[in-house]
Design a protein around this ligand. Structure first.
Ligand SMILES: NC(=O)C1=CN([C@@H]2O[C@H](COP(=O)(O)OP(=O)(O)OC[C@H]3O[C@@H](n4cnc5c(N)ncnc54)[C@H](O)[C@@H]3O)[C@@H](O)[C@H]2O)[C@@H](O)CC1
Ligand SMILES: [K+]
Length: 461
């Protein structure tokens, strides 16, 4: 996993104060990192249009123009006059070399967006919106310096933002790059070192971006084993029984030794999934909430209060009875609408889905502060998994998964790992990665996935 930081100003400051580096040195490395990327990936003489704002993000761009000058066909477009001290200095240096300026943007081979970085502190004005929209129309390869312009340092997207193919971000990864709202603008993300190696620049953090290699699949190492070795999951099926059955099938395919669906009515289940009317004695994990609908409160309350690890989903996020489970081993897997309900039930916030989406990390942190034992998995384009002060982001989510049934598969995967003795946090992390990586491996078009396809892909991981 890679470290995430809410802000990097304090890390820059540490470079000045502890390592005696100057702002100029950091900026030279920022520009040089971008220059190296272009040199490694584009032939000489390609046209490069660098679009600069008045602050230090613009200054990075002007410095890049100087570094590329003579090898590439560089044009500098100044959207506003250099204002910060560094921007003025970089401009003076570039001018001394004779770097070409242009009054009009055009479809160059490469466009570098150095309009706004972490300093964007108000909504974009009409001229900036028009400029960004024009740049977005071009077929050029688009690089954002530090952050796509229009995305601010909470991940909020202004009226518009630059659609980058690549974001070259300075020093370290920022948390706000991984909000759902920013996802479509980033392109690929690469970190540029600022005068010291990244591990020196970075300090301790409690926030992390998950990588593919962080997945821990339930491969079986023990030769002397039987089905009971791999747990017995009980999935509660409510009035919409399909949800529980999808979860049960996913759990079985992900390695749980025995899977039973708990239901008072008779069900038509595949032969490898069992049915029970009550909780089984050897149950090692419980999945409850998906498709639950109306239910017998006393029975559910008793289940939520027992010590068996559980995953809770869907309908239970609309009933305050869910709080009964919060001191136990539990994973909650709400989507944004369900999380909004949960926040209200828990007296944490009364907000709309849009307000949540604009500040996902903030509300996740608020929830986890109040209930530090709970593992929360907030679904979204970027999944957030959190417990206490620790936050993990899974960025591999894709539109392939935007379907009914995908959530039930995820619940089944988490439940499967819980039944196989993973801790709630490890189960949530590995199940979420499995869910998204399986979807990424799905070869057909991106609108056609059905839950059984997803389970099939999970089985091939
Ligand atoms: N040590 C440092 O300070 C380093 C800074 N670096 C770069 O510096 C950037 C931050 O620079 P700044 O803090 O100067 O900020 P920016 O360059 O992001 O932008 C700030 C400027 O834009 C104006 N502005 C903000 N919102 C606006 C809006 N909606 N419409 C019009 N104008 C608006 C501000 O008044 C200010 O003049 C980083 O993103 C990074 O690219 C890098 O060079 C690395 C080192
Ligand atoms: K930018």
């Amino acid at each position: 996993m890679q470290k995430l930081f809410d802000e990097v100003n304090s890390l820059d400051k540490r470079c000045y104060e502890e390592f005696s580096l100057s702002e100029d040195i950091l900026m030279e490395h920022a520009a040089n990192g971008m220059c190296e990327y272009i040199q490694d990936n584009f032939e000489d003489k390609k046209s490069v249009l660098i679009v600069c704002g008045s602050g230090n993000n613009g200054a990075d761009g002007i410095a890049l123009a100087r570094l590329l000058y003579s090898k590439y066909n560089v044009s500098l477009y100044l959207a506003s006059k250099p204002k910060s001290d560094m921007a003025k200095l970089q401009y003076k240096r570039a001018k001394a070399l004779g770097v070409k300026e242009t009054n009009e943007v055009f479809e160059a081979d490469i466009i570098v967006d150095s309009l706004f970085g972490t300093g964007l502190n108000k909504e974009l004005k009409d001229d900036a919106i028009k400029l960004i929209d024009t740049l977005n129309e071009f077929e050029s390869f688009k690089i954002s310096c530090d952050i796509p312009s229009g995305v601010n340092n909470t991940g909020h997207v202004s009226t518009t933002a630059f659609y980058a193919d690549l974001t070259l971000t300075m020093g370290a990864l920022k948390t706000f790059l991984y909000t759902d709202n920013a996802k479509d603008y980033l392109g690929k993300v690469k970190v540029i070192n600022l005068g010291v190696q990244r591990d020196v620049y970075e300090v301790n953090t409690t926030k992390f971006l998950l990588q593919k290699k962080d997945i821990r699949l339930p491969h079986r190492k023990q030769k002397n084993s039987h089905k009971g070795t791999y747990g017995h999951l009980n999935v509660f099926a409510g009035c919409k029984k399909g949800a529980g059955i999808i979860a049960a099938k996913a759990a079985f395919g992900f390695g749980t030794g025995l899977v039973s669906v708990v239901c008072h009515e008779s069900l038509d289940l595949p032969y490898h999934i069992m049915q029970t009317h009550f909780l089984t004695k050897n149950c090692t994990a419980i999945a409850i909430g998906m498709g639950l609908g109306k239910y017998e409160t006393a029975e559910v309350r008793e289940i939520l209060r027992n010590d068996i690890p559980k995953i809770i989903d869907a309908d239970l996020f609309y009933d305050e009875i869910v709080i009964e489970s919060f001191e136990k081993d539990v994973v909650l897997t709400p989507h944004p609408k369900e999380f909004v309900s949960l926040l209200k039930i828990c007296n944490i916030a009364d907000i709309t889905i849009d307000e949540l989406q604009a500040d996902r990390f903030f509300y996740v942190e608020k929830f986890c502060k109040k209930y530090p034992k709970v593992v929360l998995l907030l679904k979204g384009a970027n999944v957030i998994i959190a417990q206490d002060e620790y936050i993990y982001v899974n960025r591999y989510g894709s539109a392939v998964l935007s379907k009914g049934g995908s959530g039930d598969v995820l619940a089944g995967l988490v439940a499967s790992l819980l039944a196989q003795n993973y801790t709630p946090l490890d189960a949530a992390i590995s199940a979420s990665l499995a869910h998204t990586l399986a979807a990424a491996n799905y070869k057909k078009n991106n609108y056609s996935l059905i839950p059984s396809d997803l389970v099939e892909e999970v089985r091939k991981l």
